[in-house]
Design a protein. Structure first.
Length: 343
């Protein structure tokens, strides 16, 4: 009998780990200036062990520009994909993610307010934006769940999604109003709303990693309950799942994780929609396999999207949010058409 952990197979993790590592190396080597793989590995190895870098090798480009950016892109993709997979399982809807539920829009509003009004915390450059994004993501979640509860005390999934879509439209109108009166900060806000991880630092990567460990652990630990939700909320109740408590736990963890991602990378849509859908076709609907593999899939997808944005029109750079929105909109239509065709 093949030795395996419950819910996943060893070889899946080995393959996806190798694919992720390959994508990281590829994204660090390629760009407006291509750097040979041997030089990249030499610089990274020597930097880790404090050894001198050979002459003629672009250490500053690799260590201080590309590597922190690629790490932030990978962590952001993994986090958004995990959140999307968890939300889709919870709400039993392949079109559910942070964007359709309004959480991403709420986080964006908080971050834009911080940028427009210069809200900062001394000593930590991005803390003001992050705190505002997380706070507004929380606030958005509370408002969405409150309105949904007023309409439907059982917090049915279709009610939450409907309120989320309406809330997103309302938040977008407020964002447009802030942009209209933001004066000289319009350019930076507009570029930020398109999503970009250019200029990311190791501090950003550390913040993303910490949020992914804390909130991601909660989502991964909820895989059994999410499997119960797949058959329906009534079935979940019958097998002993506290439906409301699990919903709140998953949605709150996802909102915090999305808030951190938005505060660092801006609005990067559709990652939580596209990647889990593709991974589900590879691994099946079992969340004990789907959630962990979605981490790898999201990281790979967003790294390749960022690489395309940096190289397709080099030396010009396409914001990563534009790339993901283009791909995601096509997949969104496909999923919607497929679901209608099945009915």
């Amino acid at each position: 009998m093949e030795k395996r952990y419950e819910g996943f197979r060893y070889y899946e993790y080995i393959l996806f780990s190798l694919a992720t590592l390959t994508a990281i190396l590829l994204c660090v080597c390629l760009g407006s200036v291509n750097i040979p793989l041997k030089d990249t590995l030499t610089v990274v190895w020597n930097t880790i062990w404090g050894l001198p870098t050979p002459a003629g090798v672009s250490k500053s480009v690799i260590v201080f520009v590309r590597l922190p950016r690629v790490l932030c892109v990978a962590l952001t993709g993994a986090a958004l994909s995990l959140c999307g997979a968890a939300m889709q399982g919870l709400l039993r809807n392949p079109l559910a993610d942070g964007s359709t539920l309004g959480v991403s829009s709420g986080a964006s509003l908080g971050a834009i307010i911080a940028i427009a009004f210069g809200i900062t915390i001394p000593g930590i450059p991005f803390a003001g934006t992050m705190i505002m994004a997380i706070f507004f993501a929380f606030l958005s979640l509370v408002l969405i769940l409150s309105f949904a509860y007023r309409l439907d005390h059982s917090l049915a999934t279709h009610t939450i999604i409907l309120i989320g879509i309406i809330f997103t439209m309302f938040i977008n109108s407020i964002i447009s109003l802030i942009i209209a009166f933001s004066g000289e900060k319009v350019k930076s806000i507009m570029f930020w709303t398109m999503g970009s991880l250019a200029g990311s630092s190791y501090q950003n990567a550390l913040a993303l990693f910490a949020a992914l460990i804390l909130c991601g652990a909660v989502l991964l630990a909820s895989s059994r309950e999410l499997n119960a939700f797949a058959v329906g909320e009534d079935n979940a109740r019958h097998v002993g799942v506290d439906v409301k408590r699990v919903k709140l736990r998953v949605l709150i963890s996802a909102s915090v994780l999305i808030g951190v991602c938005v505060s660092i990378g801006g609005t990067i849509g559709f990652v939580g929609l596209v990647t889990p859908h593709i991974i589900r076709m590879l691994t099946g609907p079992n969340h004990k396999r789907l959630l962990p593999v979605s981490l790898f899939g999201g990281a790979i997808f967003l790294m390749l999207a960022d690489l395309a944005g940096r190289t397709v029109l080099s030396p010009l750079e396409i914001p990563i949010g534009v790339i993901t929105s283009f791909i995601g909109s096509v997949v969104f239509v496909y999923i919607f058409y497929s679901s209608r065709k099945v009915r």
